[in-house]
Write a protein that binds this ligand. Structure first.
Ligand code: CP
Length: 315
């Protein structure tokens, strides 16, 4: 594998998820693979899990790591071609990305959508501009439309906790106070559609994800109906794709509660975190034995390691 930008860079998502769980058993056996190599992790946005787990994963493989908060630790970057740089951007991505490549054997990038410019966001403008000018492999730590390290983690976690070969997995929209990106949900749908699971989506009217990512997964408007017989409930808020970046529903009817979880087949509760308690999900669910959000977050390390290992091996 040269780059890890989305599920499209992976031939067999189930096989990679198995590699994640294998690495978890013995994480330090590949320490020589990354010796004397450096990963530069670039953040254009806040992060807790991705920042720590990706660094740790690279270090488990013997790599040095450097974290750069672009625009905070460094100059504000200009991404537009032909820009007259008489505003607050001091360095163009043409030089910036090329210079970072001089110091890095691998780069990991976290960008984010604008949620105002649908065309730019869904063309992955920032990631694509970056890719044009780097000379080393790139790992996507979340971009405008996808979060593949999270989704690989999610699939590996489902495999780890599933007692069935083909579990029922429900991606459900949940309430939030702010307009959030669609990337975690897009990406989860993209990976689940390629995995050996019975996958359905529950979301209110106006919140259908882009067909590019949700594919032909059944969509339920009735959340409780979708929960029936579910083995995994994956909750996430996202803003509208159709009325791009808008919040269309402001009540908390779709919050995940113990009553709704009782409709499932003793389902495990998953969320990528961070999560707003008693808005997205009740304390009762999050603090119950059915919640596996901490184990899920823990698996971020092994998922990142499986990806970085494949890139180091170039296979
Ligand atoms: N789930 C996730 O990506 O968390 P962070 O934003 O904290 O990295």
């Amino acid at each position: 594998m040269r780059n890890f930008l989305s599920a499209n860079d992976v031939e067999d998502v189930e096989l990679l998820a198995q590699e994640v769980l294998e690495l978890k058993k013995n994480p330090f056996q590949w320490k020589a693979l990354g010796e004397n190599k450096t990963m530069v992790l670039i953040f254009l946005n806040s992060s807790l899990r991705t920042r720590l787990s990706t660094q740790k994963a690279a270090q488990n493989l013997g790599m040095n790591t450097i974290v750069l908060n672009l625009g905070q630790d460094s100059w504000n970057m200009e991404f537009h071609e032909g820009a007259v740089m008489n505003g607050n951007t001091a360095e163009h991505i043409k030089e910036g990305a090329a210079v970072i490549s001089e110091y890095a054997d691998m780069i990991a990038l976290r960008s984010f959508p604008t949620l105002t410019d649908k065309i730019n966001d869904y063309q992955e403008f920032v990631l694509k501009q970056f890719m044009k000018y780097v000379n080393v492999p790139v790992v996507n730590m979340e971009s405008a439309t996808v979060h593949p390290l999270q989704s690989l983690t999610d699939l590996a976690t489902i495999r780890e906790f599933s007692t069935k070969k083909r579990p029922k997995v429900v991606l459900t929209w949940a309430p939030h106070l702010r307009a959030l990106p669609q990337c975690v949900s897009n990406s989860f749908a993209q990976w689940m559609n390629r995995a050996d699971v019975d996958f359905v989506i529950a979301n209110p009217e106006g919140y259908d994800l882009s067909h590019e990512f949700r594919g032909d997964a059944p969509i339920f408007r009735n959340q409780e109906e979708a929960f029936k017989d579910a083995d995994f409930i994956y909750a996430k808020n996202w803003s509208s794709f159709e009325q791009y970046g808008q919040i269309l529903k402001t009540d908390f009817d779709w919050m995940i509660t113990e009553e709704k979880m009782a409709l499932t087949n003793h389902a495990k509760f998953m969320h990528c975190l961070p999560v707003r308690r008693n808005v997205v999900v009740s304390d009762g669910v999050l603090d119950s034995a059915s919640s596996i959000v901490i184990q899920q977050a823990g698996n971020r390390e092994w998922a990142a390691q499986a990806v970085i290992k494949r890139i180091l091996e170039n296979k």
